[in-house]
Design a protein around this ligand. Structure first.
Ligand SMILES: C[S@@+](CC[C@H](N)C(=O)[O-])C[C@H]1O[C@@H](n2cnc3c(N)ncnc32)[C@H](O)[C@@H]1O
Length: 324
């Protein structure tokens, strides 16, 4: 097929559609001649030491996600986040022994990260299969337990292992929880209808070929099964409003989401979620980009159009004001 857009090879095309460009990627350099030449030129213009200092500084708004291989249980779930990323957030936003909530628990990653950092946790999950899987992962961890991410200062208590999995619709379950009892909320809401779409290259290669589930459930209460986008966003809002009541004043809630393409439209989902959260009373405090550099590239769009290989997620950081 004739490439009418540019003169790139398929490999170069795929690299160009990756949604984050990292400076140290040698593969990317194939097509970054111009950027490199420009950098060389810049180096000559500025004091070299200052430039190096700037380049070497870790960027606080960008985190590189380097998840370990998912275990045999976790891999069953079609959309998980990495415990290592959540542990970083928990360590930043809470103190040892505080209580963390995830209203969409999935395979239990938040509880695992909380146990690993010596925090108590509660997770809500609608689908029995995933709630059971989360519980199994938590139980498994308890037998082999070491506090891996706490400083060894002799004060850490093994009593901070409490992780509770609550089954049911978050819109109902959260109602029975105590007002202002939670110190930190972290979650990734269900993807809107994305998992119900016809399987693309990625789903075929990474899930169907290995006989792994591709969606959460066919349950009516599963927010991932809502067909209208606006209704989906406001349903996430209903859950997050209840979370707002549970959160202590001045405490934080982090939502991890990515943007996506729906038919011919690219949906800047993180902006819609941010606006909905503001409607529910939270203030947006910042956005951290989580770069998922170990993902595979797929030949989307070749040879017709630009279609992004989305290799990053957003950590949207919200706060509950002191007075509401
Ligand atoms: C993106 S996944 C969360 C994955 C999780 N972060 C992990 O690492 O495993 C969203 C989860 O929300 C659950 N869910 C969907 N609708 C729900 C509802 N109404 N109440 C509670 N959980 C729901 C889905 O079953 C799914 O497991």
């Amino acid at each position: 097929m004739k490439n009418e857009l540019n003169d790139l090879t398929n490999t170069e095309w795929m690299i160009s559609t990756k949604s984050v460009w990292l400076e140290d990627e040698s593969r990317a350099r194939i097509i970054q001649d111009v950027a490199l030449r420009f950098q060389e030129w810049l180096k000559k213009q500025e004091d070299k030491d200052i430039l190096l200092e700037r380049l070497e500084q870790p960027l606080p708004s960008v985190l590189l996600s380097t998840p370990p291989q998912r275990d045999d249980l976790k891999i069953q779930h079609p959309a998980t986040f990495a415990e290592s990323d959540i542990a970083r957030l928990i360590l930043f936003f809470t103190k040892e022994g505080e209580l963390v909530l995830d209203p969409f628990l999935g395979s239990g990653s938040t509880c695992i990260a909380a146990i690993g950092t010596g925090r108590r946790s509660i997770g809500v999950e609608l689908v029995d299969k995933w709630a059971g899987l989360a519980q199994e992962r938590i139980n498994r961890l308890k037998y082999t337990f070491q506090l891996p991410l706490l400083p060894d200062n002799g004060n850490s208590q093994q009593t901070h292992l409490e992780a509770t999995v609550l089954r049911g619709d978050a819109r109902v379950v959260l109602k029975s929880m105590e007002t202002e009892s939670i110190d930190f909320i972290v979650t990734s809401p269900p993807y809107w209808g994305i998992l119900n779409k016809r399987a693309d290259h990625k789903v075929k290669a990474e899930r169907l070929s290995k006989n792994l589930p591709t969606r959460y459930s066919d349950q009516h209460e599963d927010l991932g099964n809502i067909t209208e986008y606006d209704e989906f966003i406001s349903s996430i809002g209903v859950v997050m409003r209840e979370c707002f009541r549970l959160l202590r004043p001045k405490k934080y809630a982090c939502i991890i989401v990515s943007d996506f393409r729906h038919k011919s439209r690219f949906v800047a989902h993180h902006t819609d979620i941010s606006r909905e959260m503001e409607k529910q009373g939270y203030s947006l405090e910042g956005i951290t980009i989580l770069v998922q550099n170990s993902k595979s590239l797929y030949p989307y769009g070749i040879p017709y159009a630009f279609v992004s290989n989305v290799h990053h997620q957003y950590v949207l950081v919200f706060r509950k004001p002191s007075v509401t």
